[in-house]
Design a binder for this molecule. Structure first.
Ligand code: ATP
Length: 341
């Protein structure tokens, strides 16, 4: 099938890891019955500098014409780009898997968890203001958003190990997290076959280090999910390996968990795997939403290619390796091109 994909190359290490990801997509086209029409979208700090706006209406309209979006990290304009896109396209689920990789130092073997983060509200609605000498932020938690994220988490748990942990701080945030927990509890009662537990966010932060294997699906609010997913990424090897998906009812956007990493930009040392695995998540989503088995096969091949690169010590500097961004990208692309179906 043919898919129109919008591509935001982003800032910092964005363009370097985007190139590897596009090469991966092209190698899949040669292998399977998949065709991509790529639409480059200017957004982020560079767009702000060039056009005076980080995400223009024109860019948004162009994204709307596509089936899905692939996005590299943007720099300081993240709030105007990704947070806005999540809200505008109602991408209410943020999936952030953390799974052990072969040969990568991890806190334990066989860790396999999935953070299901609410993606449209909480403090990230950006409702902040100043009154005199005070700065105030409003935290919005709604029944609708909490219920739909809980439903998503329980449904996806059925495809995994049937275990959901709700993470919150309802002892302090009595109204907001109280409502979140109330909604999750209702969905838990409808899914009595799924093992359900709840945990305060501080205890969760500790247990992710103490016993990461305890977790299967974690469902949580926006900011806690943001913070815990960086921690979970480090537990299994680091941000350079952590992909994510932002999913709505009709559209989805795929991006690495990490930021633009200005400290290593332009040096050809960034790890492209987080973004390549985000392409894998896109292939899974395209496969499921379009009933396209070739996309599912593509996702499996990407996973194998990444694992093979790590097994063969094709590793970036932050993982203790010596391979450059482009060398890792080329290795993974060649693996896919030479893959025997
Ligand atoms: P943001 O708030 O935008 O998510 P951040 O503050 O979490 O950004 P990052 O840009 O993600 O910061 O970088 C955090 C650290 O991780 C930096 O030292 C950066 O170099 C490193 N890092 C991030 N992504 C990668 C990558 N793909 N490969 C190697 N190192 C990375």
């Amino acid at each position: 099938m043919k898919y129109k994909i919008s591509v935001i190359s982003g800032d910092g290490i964005g363009p370097e890891i985007t190139k590897c990801s596009i090469d991966v997509m092209k190698s899949l086209e040669d292998k399977l019955n998949i065709e991509f029409e790529l639409l480059e979208i200017e957004a982020g700090d560079s767009a702000l500098k060039n056009n005076g706006i980080a995400l223009s209406d024109e860019a948004i309209d162009k994204i709307k014409t596509t089936n899905a979006c692939v996005k590299a990290p943007v720099g300081e304009s993240a709030m105007e780009v990704i947070v806005k896109l999540r809200q505008l396209f109602d991408l209410y689920v943020n999936l952030r898997p953390a799974k052990s990789f072969p040969t990568v130092k991890s806190l334990d073997d066989n860790i396999d968890m999935l953070i299901v983060r609410e993606n449209t509200e909480d403090l990230y609605k950006g409702q902040e203001f100043r009154i005199g000498d005070k700065a105030i932020a409003l935290r919005t938690i709604s029944e609708k958003a909490s219920t739909r994220i809980a439903e998503y988490a329980f449904n996806i748990a059925k495809t995994r190990n049937n275990k959901v942990t709700a993470v919150h701080k309802s002892n302090v945030l009595k109204m907001t997290d109280g409502l979140f927990l109330e909604c999750v509890n209702k969905i838990a009662q409808k899914n009595s076959n799924i093992k359900f537990s709840e945990l305060y966010v501080d205890a969760c932060a500790m247990n992710l280090i103490r016993n990461p294997k305890e977790f299967d699906v974690i469902v949580t609010t926006n900011m806690f999910g943001d913070i815990l997913s960086d921690e979970a990424a480090q537990v299994v090897g680091g941000l350079g390996l952590a992909p994510s998906a932002n999913i709505g009812d009709d559209f989805a956007l795929f991006e690495p968990v990490h930021g633009a990493a200005p400290d290593i930009a332009g040096k050809n040392i960034a790890n492209p795997i987080a973004m390549i695995l985000s392409i894998k998540m896109m292939m899974e989503w395209l496969g499921t939403t379009n009933n396209d088995n070739d996309c599912q096969i593509a996702a499996e091949i990407i996973q194998k290619a990444v694992e093979n690169s790590l097994e063969n010590n094709i590793k970036s500097v932050e993982l203790g390796g010596k391979s450059s961004t482009s060398q890792i990208g080329e290795y993974i692309t060649n693996y896919i091109s030479n893959y025997n179906l």
